[in-house]
Write a protein of this length. Sequence first.
Length: 125
Amino acid sequence: MKIKHITLKVKTLDEMAADFKRAWKEAGKGKSVREAAETVCFDSVEDMHKFLSPERIRLLKTVHEKTPKSIYELARMLDRDRKNVTEDVKMLEAVGLIERKAAKRGKEKVELVVDYDRIQMDIAV
């Protein structure tokens, strides 16, 4: 079973800026900044709850189980507006929870991929 690990943190904007500066300096020295790629920060618990909405979790599960070949097809499967699904896909893609890959066959331009069976989240406050 493949597991995706991600850390969710609630931090002030000043704390996020300080972390970014630290990561930038480390990357400039050629050091790995793996933590930054696996951490999503929010400025409030409410924003974290919005990120983890039931609709986004359902979207991830649908992509994993039904492998839609386009956002349009995914929106139909979810019975949701395509524009809203597109926004959710972009957000989930930005944090590494969903991927868009070039289609290997057919007319479709992309395939949506959730390449893990579980998401393990550590919530740091």
